[in-house]
Design a protein around this ligand. Structure first.
Ligand code: GLP
Length: 243
């Protein structure tokens, strides 16, 4: 696992966006695994700008998103489908029929099957963008006794519910369940880039960078097992996490 330390979060976003642009420019039919969350959100404007400036063409790509809240309509203002449409898909020339964000209203078993078809029906992910939760989750794979390899329904941690409640009227409105790629699905991507910033991520980054250990209790630590995984963090976070 490689760690890149930038001078600012803005620089991190620029750098991560450039990684994605490079993947697409090298392979216009690239299959991208995408992420939501407040951190990843800041990467998309750079992709939109690059598209507007004629520096990248998204017409040939396909995408699969990491996760979605269960029980939430794709039309809900904070569904991950809505976020992806608003932040990215509706602003570039991607073919939306080749974008997949799980539908939280569907029958769970049927949606797991659909998710797997999108992930493995044609080719594997060339790239996966990640954020990290305050619990150390990637996608919605929460910390615990074990990790799950494949697409599954996950119970959200109390810390995740609290962290994500800023998007809802109250913590009670945050869905308790999600559908998510498993860690095995994420690890099958050719290249993985994780972006993190902010004080809330200091404890997780401290544990991640402290040693060479991999633990189900810190899901993000599986990235240490990947051939081409990069963590992009700003100096402020890096220094707080390694002090
Ligand atoms: C959600 C998503 C995760 C994301 C996390 C980080 O919980 N399911 O995939 O990594 O948010 O969010 P933020 O960047 O807002 O801290």
């Amino acid at each position: 696992m490689k760690v890149i330390v930038t001078e600012s979060f803005a620089e991190s976003c620029q750098l991560v966006a450039q990684e994605i642009i490079d993947v697409v420019n090298q392979n216009p039919a690239a299959k991208l695994g995408l992420a939501t969350g407040g951190t990843a959100e800041q990467v998309y404007p750079h992709l939109v700008k690059a598209y507007q400036d004629g520096k990248v063409d998204f017409s040939g790509i396909s995408t699969v998103n990491l996760d979605e809240y269960m029980g939430m309509s794709p039309e809900h203002p904070v569904s991950y489908r809505k976020c992806m449409d608003t932040w990215f898909f509706d602003q570039v020339n991607v073919d939306k029929s080749r974008t997949y964000v799980a539908n939280g209203l569907n029958d769970p078993e049927a949606e797991i099957a659909a998710f797997n078809e999108k992930l493995y029906g044609d080719k594997m992910l060339d790239f996966q963008l990640l954020g990290v939760g305050v619990s150390g989750h990637i996608g919605f794979n929460e910390a615990g006794e074990y990790l799950t390899a494949g697409v599954h329904i996950e119970q959200l941690d109390e810390s995740t519910i609290q962290a994500n409640s800023r998007y809802f009227d109250s913590p009670d409105d945050v869905p308790r369940q999600s559908i998510t790629m498993g860690v095995g699905d994420i690890m099958k991507a050719e290249k993985i880039v994780l972006i993190a910033t902010g004080d809330s991520k200091v404890p997780v980054m401290k544990r991640l960078l402290a040693d060479d250990r991999v633990s189900a209790d810190l899901p993000v630590s599986v990235l240490k097992l990947h051939r081409d995984a990069t963590i992009v963090i700003d100096r402020e976070l890096y220094e707080k996490a390694t002090r």
